[in-house]
Design a protein around this ligand. Sequence first.
Ligand SMILES: Nc1ncnc2c1ncn2[C@@H]1O[C@H](COP(=O)(O)OP(=O)(O)OP(=O)(O)O)[C@@H](O)[C@H]1O
Length: 946
Amino acid sequence: MSTPLYKRYVPPKPAMSLVAAPVSEAREIISQSSIPDDEKKRKREPSEKESAQRKAKKAKEKESEGSGNSADEQSASLKQTIAKDEQPTNSNLSLAAAKSKSEFAHVKNIKKRHKLEKEARKQKKAAERGLRPNGEHDAEQSLGNNESEIVEYRPVKANDGLSALNKAQQEDDGDDIAMQDVDEANIKEPEHTETQKSYDPSQSQPKKRRHKLEAAMKQPKNNDDDDEGENNHLKKHSSIIGKFQRAQQISSSLKAEPSHELAETGEQPVLHDLVPLPQPERFPTPEFVPEYSDLPPWLAQPIIVPSDSKTDFASLGLAADAIKRLADNGFTEALPVQNAVIPLLLPPGTPGAKFIAGTQDVLPDLAVSAATGSGKTIAYVLPIIEALRQRRHIGSLRSLIVVPTRELVIQVAKTAESLTKDLNIRVGTAIGTGKFKDEQEKLVRISYHYDPEGYANLMAKLHRQNYPPSSDTDEYETYLEELEQQNAKEDQRLNDALSGPVNHVPQYQSRVDILVCTPGRLLEHMSSTLGFGLTRLEWLVLDEADKLLDQQYDGFLATLHSSLEKERTIDEQDSRERFLRSRALWNEKHERRVRKVVLSATMTQDISKLVGLRLRRPKMLIVRGREADRNQGEGTINKSSGSTYELPRMLMEYCIPVGDGSEKPLTLIELLDSKILAANLLAKKPSEKTEKPETSDESMDSDSDSDISSVLSDSSSDVSSSDSSDSDSDSDSSSDSEESESSSDSEKSNTEENEATGMHPARAAFLADGSNADHRSTETPTVLIFTSSNEAAARLFHLLKALRPQWTPFLTTLTKNQSNKTRGRSSAVDRPSVTIATDRAGRGLDTIAGGRVVTHVVQYDVPRSVTSYVHRVGRTARAGRKGDAWTLYTHSEARWFLREVARTSEVRRVNEVEKVKIDVHDDSLRERYLESLAGMREEVFGKQDA
Ligand SMILES: Nc1ncnc2c1ncn2[C@@H]1O[C@H](COP(=O)(O)OP(=O)(O)OP(=O)(O)O)[C@@H](O)[C@H]1O
C-alpha cells in the first residue's frame, strides 16, 4: 500500500530565515526525493517530531483532565522542540545531501526511459520552429536559465531537485566533491552559479547528458501509474544504492582504522615479505585404496617376511649334516630370506620341510623378492642340495641355475660347491669363456654299450649319408627321412659310434647334477651338445629373474620351456619309467615335475612378464624391513601390488652434485681423498703410499694400458656393445677360443685362494668380525666405482693413474673387454682397493678383487634405471654389514636422479639419501687434469701432425 507523498510532507515553518530557506528548501528537495526511504522508516518507527506531537497531544488531553496552565507550557515547549528539530543542522544537511546524491544518481537512469520521448519532442519542436535538428544551443541556454533558478527561493519544483542532481552528478563524474561542498553550493549567491557560463562545445557531451536528465525531470507527470512505478523504482534503487554505500562506508572505515592506529602509536609500518597466510592444517585426503585387484591372488597377497626375522639354522630343524656344512662355511644363523624360503623348498617330509611327504604333486613354485645381499643364494642352493641327496640319479642333469653374468655364474657355483663338499653331488658351469668343446666334455660323459644291432643300424645310416641310394630303391625313402632329421647332434653320434669299439653304441650321461649357467651358453648346449638334455630336470632357478625376463633374453624362456616339456626318448627314460610304460601304467601323475624358483632384489610384479615363467601354483614371498615401513608410512606393507624395492638396512646413501660435470673426475678424487681413502692412507707411511706394482709382469700399468688401448682402439664396435650387453650380461657365444686360457687362469687363481686359506682373508675377517661390524673403522676400504661404459671406465682409470700415481698399485678395472688376468685382481688385505667397473658388476656380485667385501660404492655415472641403482648400491652393505654408496650427478641428471631414485617411494630405505657438497680446492690438480686430458688424446689418437 503506498500513501501519496504530499500527505506526509510537512511544510517548513514560515519563520525561517532567508539564508536558512534555501537549506531547508534543499532539505525539502532531498526529503522529497528521499521520501520512499523516509516513508519506510516512518512505518517502522515514529520520528522524533511525530513522537513529540503525540506527546503534545497527550499533554493536551491531560490538560483537559488536569491543570490547564502547565499543560500550555508543556505544549509550547514541545512545539518549540518540534520547531527546533525542523532547523537543519550542518550534519543533517550533509546526510541529506548524501542521500540526495544516491537518489539523484538514480534519476540518471530515468533519463534513459524518457530519452526517446525527449528526442522526439526536440525533433518536433525543431520542426515547428523551422530550425535544423541540431538545436542543442537553445537547449543549452535553457539549461543555463534553469540552473540560474537554483538559488531562487521558491516552492519546491523539479528544477530544485535538478540543481541538487547537478551537484550529485558532478560527484558522479569523478570530481569527488565532499558532501559539505554540495551543501555550500546550494546556499551560494547567484553570481556563483552557472548562469555566467557560456556554451562550450567541448563540454557538449556531459551537458547533453544533463539536458536529457533535466528534460526527464521536467517531464509533466500526466500519468499516476507512471508516478507510482517510478516511486517503486526509486525505492528499490535507493535501497540498493544505500546498501552499496553502507558497504563502502564499512570498507573505508576498515581501511582508515590501521592508519589511525599508526597515527596514534606513531609506529612505522613493518614491511612483510610475500609469505602465504597461515592456513589451517589440511585434512589429509584419504588415499584411494581399491577394494579389488587386477592381480592374481598370489601377487595381490604375497607372503611378507620381516627382514629382522633371524633364527639359528639348527632351530629350522635341518639335518645335522646340513647344519654342519653351513657352519663349516661360517653360517650359523639363517638370514630372514633363508628362514622363510628353506622350509618351503625342502623336499616334503624331510627334516625342516614345511610340506609333508606325499605332497610332491602340489608343491608351489616360488617367486622371491628380497634386498641385495640378503642371502638368497643359500636360500635356494641348500634345499636343492638336500633334495638331490635324497634321490640319487646318476648321469642326469637335475638342477639348472640360470644367472645373467659370467661373474655371477662363478660366484653361485662356488657357493654350491662349498655346500656340497664331501657329497657326491657335482656342480658344473657353462659361461662361454672357455672352448665350447671343452665345456661339452665337462658337462657330458660318453660311455659305450654293447649293442650289435644298434651299431649295425648306425653304420648303415652312415653309409647312406656317404653313398646316397638311388631313388628307385626301398632304401631311398629311409634316406630321405634321415636327411630331414639330420643335425649336428646326430652327426656327432655317428662320429662317436665310428670312433668307438665295434658292436658298441655310444651312450651319453650328464657329468653334473647342478649346472650354473648364463642363458646364452645354455641355449648353445641345448642345441649342440649331444646328451645335454633337460628332460630329467627337477629344479629350475632363475636368479636375477627380472633381468632374465628382459627383452634382451627374448626367446630364451620359450626355448627352455619347450625343452622342459619335451617327451623323453627311450634312452632318456629310467628303468622304472620304461617298466611302467611297457605295462601301460605310466600316467600324468608320474610325469616329470620341475620346481621353479625365481628370485631378485628387484622382482617384477608385472604379470604380463611373469606369465612367461609358466609358474605352477606360485607363491610370492617378499622380505621387508619394518624400519623402511615406518619411513614409508603406515600400511605400506599392504601395498604389495606396486613394485617396490628394498635397500639393505645398513646402507648409507649420499649424493654429490657436480655442476655441469666438467670437473667430475676431480670431484671423484676429492671424494676418495677426503671421505674414503684418507683415513687409511694417512695411517700408512709415505713410502707405502707410492708403492710400485708387485711384479712387472702383473703390472697394472701394462695391463691397464693394454686394456685402454684395446678398449679405445676398437671403440666403434665396443662402445655399442658396451652399452647393450656390457652393461649387465653376457652374450656367451663370443670369443671362447681366445679366452679359454685366461678363463682357466682366473678359475685357477680362485682355486689357489681357496686351497690356501679356504677363503679370502677379507672374507674370513668379515665372517669373524660379526655381521654388524662397521667397516669404516675396522676395514681397509674396498671401493667399487661404476661408470656407464667400458670406454668411460678406461678413461677414468687412465685419469686416476695420471692424477694420483700413488693409487696405481691398488687401482683395477672390471670390464667385459679386459682379460681375466687383470679382472678384479686381488690385493693385499691391508691396502685399499679401487675397482672401476661397468654395470656388468652391478648385479649379484658379492665380493670383488679376489674376494674382498665392498665397503664403498661410487656411482661415477648415474645409473640408467632405478633397478640398476638398487643393484649397484647393493654391492655393499651386504648380509647386515654397513656400507656407503655415493652418487655423482650433473645438473641435467639432477631432476631425474633426485625424483626417480633418491626420493621415489618405489625404493624403500631406512635412511634418506644425504646430499653432500664436495669442492675442488686444489688448482694444481686442475692443471694436471688438463695436461692428462691432452696426454690421453695423444694416447688414443696418436700424436697430431703439426
Ligand atoms: N646365514 C648367513 N650368515 C652370514 N652370512 C651369510 C649368510 N647367508 C649368506 N651370507 C652371506 O651374505 C652375502 C650375500 O649373499 P648372497 O650373495 O646370496 O645375496 P643375494 O641376496 O643373492 O644378493 P644379490 O641380490 O645382490 O645377488 C654373501 O657374502 C653370503 O656369504
